[in-house]
Every structure is written in structure tokens, then in C-alpha cells.
Design a protein around this ligand. Structure first.
Ligand SMILES: Nc1ncnc2c1ncn2[C@@H]1O[C@H](COP(=O)(O)OP(=O)(O)OP(=O)(O)O)[C@@H](O)[C@H]1O
Ligand SMILES: [Mg+2]
Length: 442
């Protein structure tokens, strides 16, 4: 193939003699009039042009997408994730052909079990119409990652809608939230420890009314006022740099209503309860510490049988390891509870004499109260609660109670007697002697 010759003569003739003239004519001659160069250059230009257009289209479609559409990503770890799925399961204007089932097993108080299936949108894309706007819902599993605590795969739900409808996300989420909360309204959620985390224990329960736990005169009111006062003093604590927490100790014989009262109090305050049993064997100091620092919002921490931590030093199992929480572990965990939110800790014990004074120091226990066996005041109130308006029979009951000189009767025993004779107060009076034997099983 012959090389194209550069015609220097022609350049010289056509230029006007200046350097500029030489360069421009030279360029025309070498580049534009050269057939090889022109062909390659043309192709190159065409290629570049196409490439630019393509990336332009990609970029501008991305731009248009960003300008016109908005995404909202809800990862499965977020609280609103379940709320959203529940909401969507109930939402009518959706076109999901791909559903997955979630089975809820509900154990009723009488032991009966019912199951409920809710069909929630399965993984994949769904289109919904919410308040006039179309939304694309994409539920995706993220790879093979598993949430080790629940054994479920990590997922995300992405909602996409037009930019102008972005405000609807907020509305939708708050609707989902209030729908979920309505189901729990008037209920107390009990959390128990599950490995290193708190898990709801069973279904949320109906609140126990504060009036249904009958403590001796003034005790319940005083505790309630104290807790309410504490809950409204966050500024006071923060300004003085005092950790915003308060510890309560209820001590007294078994069956006097300590646990029941705390549950009713939680219901009254609209709080949930996190129950920890210190005497649980596989609860270690580390776990205790971790749990106490990760208490769900608006919850009362309830430590049952705190005395159990005090004789642990001697309790060594066959392998030579101590089981359960140690005394110092408990003290540290109580001190370590450092959350921005308020922290209310209730402790119960049947053996206050076993408690160490280190636990009793203010900051750990700020309020302690004896919840004792039934006083006459309580007997009367309980009788009238079970048998409304039976004032005469109540007097008879009390007279017999005094005559028998019944002592150390727990409110739980009284409840047992009244429950056994639900509709028959006279029978309760006749059976009053059974209270003398605390182990009576009706
Ligand atoms: N003061 C009370 N008023 C109403 N019910 C009570 C009262 N005390 C006990 N009960 C009833 O007795 C049962 C046991 O009460 P609860 O578990 O609250 O006792 P407790 O003081 O926590 O006992 P323990 O020290 O053994 O844990 C519950 O069913 C509760 O309804
Ligand atoms: Mg109890």
C-alpha cells in the first residue's frame, strides 16, 4: 500500500506566505484532504459521538430518575419494617400476586391456642396505589445473610414513587405505625431475655388495672406519685449531672402482690416490662450488663429475687464454675445502666435481710417499701372487690377473720379463696378456716 504523499508545493502555493497560512493549509492538506485520515477520523468521530450520546442518555435518564422519582428503603432491622408489612397485608389497593405467609400463634389465658395467618407481600415487586399515587414496592432478600438472632434473612423493602408524591412516605409510615400500635394499645408487652437480647414474651397482655392490686393504705399511691415525679424531672437530673435513673425495691413475703403491682404500674404508665430473673442459671455477669444497657424504650426493668445474687459466692457447680450472676456483677450492672432515656428499675425479694448494704445505697435503691401480708384494710378491700356491695357479708367475714386471729395471710391466699367461691361470698366465709393452712389447695 502506497503512503499518501504530502504535497509541499501545493501547500506553499495555496498559503498566503504567513506562518498561520502555512499551518492552516498544511492542516487541510494533511488531515482533511487525506482520504485515509478522513475515513479513520470520520469513524472515530462517529464512534465518539455515539458513545457520548449513549452515556448522555444513561446519565440523563439517571438524572430524570433522580429528579422525578424517590426511593425509600426500609431495612428489616428497622422497627417500621414489620409495621409496613402488616400495613400492606391489610391494604386494599395493591396488586400482589406473590404473597408469603406469616403465622401468629396466640396462646390465650385459658391455655387455648388459636392461629392466625396473615398474608404479607412476598419478596418481589408489587404495585400499590396510595392516596392517588402509584408506588412500587420491592421486597428483596439481601444475599445469603442471615440475622443470627432470629434466623431470618436480612431483607429490605424499597418504595419508589414520583418525587412530587414523596410526602406520602411519611403519611404511609405513620399510618402503618399507628395501625401497629393500635393492636398493642391497652396492652403491656413483657420482654424477657433471650440470649443477649430482649424479646417480647408471648403476645402483649391486657393491662392489669392498678386498682386490682390491693396494697396496704397509701403504698400504691406513694409509689405511683414518686415514679410520676421522677418521670417529669429529667431536666432536673440532667442539669445536676445525676444519672437519670431510679431504683425501687419491693420486699416482703411471697404472694403479697409485688410482681402484680409492678405489672399494673407499668400498665398505668403505659410502659412495657423487661423481666430478668437474677437466679436464672445461665445468666452471667456479662449478659446481665449487656441486657441492662439495651433495654427497650419506655420499659421498666424488673429484677426478680435480687437476693439470689448474694449467696452465689458459695454456689459452685460440679465443674467448679459459679452459676448465675455474682453480687459484684449485679452492682456493676446497676451502676452501668447508662441510657439517654430514663431508667426505672424495680427489684423484688422475699429476703431483704440477705441483701448487702452496697445494693441499698442511693443510686441503686432509692425507694424501698415493705409489701407485707394482708392487713385488715386489704382484706376488706379485696372482699369488696370480689363481691361488690356486699357490705354486710364483708363485716361478717372480717369478724370471723379476727375471731380466728388469722395472721400472716398473704393476699394471694385470699385471692385463692375468693376465686374458688367466685359467686358465693357466704361460702367464702364458711371456708375461711382454710386460710390457716397456707398450703391449702382448693
Ligand atoms: N395485694 C394484692 N392484690 C391483689 N392480688 C394479689 C395481691 N397480692 C397477690 N395477689 C394475687 O396473687 C398472685 C401472686 O401475686 P404476685 O405474683 O404479685 O406476688 P409476689 O409478691 O410477686 O410473690 P413472690 O414474692 O412469690 O414473687 C397473683 O395472681 C395476684 O393477683
Ligand atoms: Mg413476684
Amino acid at each position: 500500500m502506497s503512503q499518501p504523499q504530502i504535497d509541499f508545493e501545493k501547500i506553499k502555493l495555496q498559503s498566503d506566505g504567513t506562518v498561520k497560512g502555512y499551518i492552516s493549509t498544511g492542516f487541510n492538506e494533511i488531515v482533511l484532504n487525506n482520504p485515509y485520515f478522513a475515513a479513520g477520523g470520520g469513524l472515530m468521530l462517529l464512534g465518539t459521538g455515539l458513545a457520548l450520546t449513549r452515556s448522555g442518555i444513561v446519565k440523563s435518564s439517571g438524572f430524570i430518575y433522580r429528579q422525578l422519582l424517590v426511593d425509600l428503603e426500609i431495612p428489616s432491622k428497622d422497627k417500621s419494617y414489620l409495621w409496613f408489612l402488616e400495613w400492606m397485608a391489610k391494604y386494599k389497593h395493591r396488586s400482589s400476586r406473590h404473597l408469603s405467609v406469616e403465622t401468629n400463634v396466640i396462646t390465650h389465658d385459658n391455655g387455648a391456642i388459636t392461629t392466625k395467618f396473615s398474608l404479607v407481600p412476598g419478596p418481589g415487586k408489587h404495585l400499590i396505589r396510595y392516596k392517588g399515587a402509584f408506588m412500587l414496592v420491592n421486597r428483596e432478600r439481601s444475599g445469603k445473610l442471615l440475622d443470627m438472632t432470629s434466623g431470618t434473612p436480612f431483607e429490605t423493602v424499597t418504595l419508589t414513587t414520583l418525587y412530587r408524591d414523596r410526602n406520602l412516605f411519611n403519611e404511609l409510615l405513620s399510618e402503618a405505625k399507628s395501625m401497629a400500635l393500635k393492636l398493642r394499645e391497652g396492652k403491656t408487652v413483657i420482654f424477657t431475655s433471650w440470649g443477649p437480647e430482649w424479646r417480647p414474651f408471648g403476645q402483649p397482655r391486657s393491662k392489669r388495672l392498678l386498682g386490682s392490686v390491693i396494697l396496704d393504705k397509701g403504698i400504691a399511691e406513694n409509689i405511683l406519685n414518686d415514679v410520676k415525679d421522677f418521670l417529669t424531672s429529667s431536666d432536673w437530673y440532667h442539669r445536676r449531672g445525676i444519672p437519670y435513673r431510679r431504683g425501687y425495691l419491693l420486699y416482703g413475703p411471697p404472694g403479697s402482690g409485688k410482681t402484680s403491682f409492678i405489672q399494673a404500674l407499668a400498665g398505668e404508665l403505659d410502659y412495657n416490662i423487661c423481666i430478668l430473673n437474677i437466679s436464672e442459671n445461665n445468666l452471667t455477669d456479662d449478659r446481665l450488663n449487656h441486657l441492662m444497657n439495651h433495654i427497650p424504650n419506655r420499659s421498666i426493668l424488673l429484677l426478680e429475687d435480687v437476693d439470689a445474687a448474694f449467696n452465689k459466692r458459695e454456689q459452685v457447680n460440679e465443674q467448679g464454675y459459679t452459676n448465675g450472676v455474682t453480687f459484684s456483677g449485679l452492682l456493676n450492672a446497676l451502676d452501668g445502666v447508662a441510657s439517654a432515656e430514663e431508667c426505672i428499675t424495680f427489684m423484688t425479694t422475699n429476703h431483704p435481710e440477705k441483701l448487702d448494704s452496697a445494693l441499698m445505697r442511693p443510686g441503686r435503691v432509692d425507694y424501698k417499701v415493705l409489701v407485707n401480708n394482708a392487713t385488715e384494710y386489704q382484706v376488706k378491700k379485696m372482699f369488696l372487690r370480689f363481691y361488690e356491695n356486699e357490705f354486710d357479708l364483708c363485716d361478717q367475714f372480717l369478724a370471723k377473720y379476727r375471731k380466728l386471729n388469722l395472721q400472716n395471710i398473704s393476699t394471694a391466699q385470699l385471692q385463692g379463696l375468693f376465686v374458688y367461691n367466685k359467686r358465693d361470698p357466704k361460702a367464702a366465709i364458711d371456708m375461711i378456716e382454710t386460710l390457716q393452712n397456707p398450703n391449702t389447695v382448693f
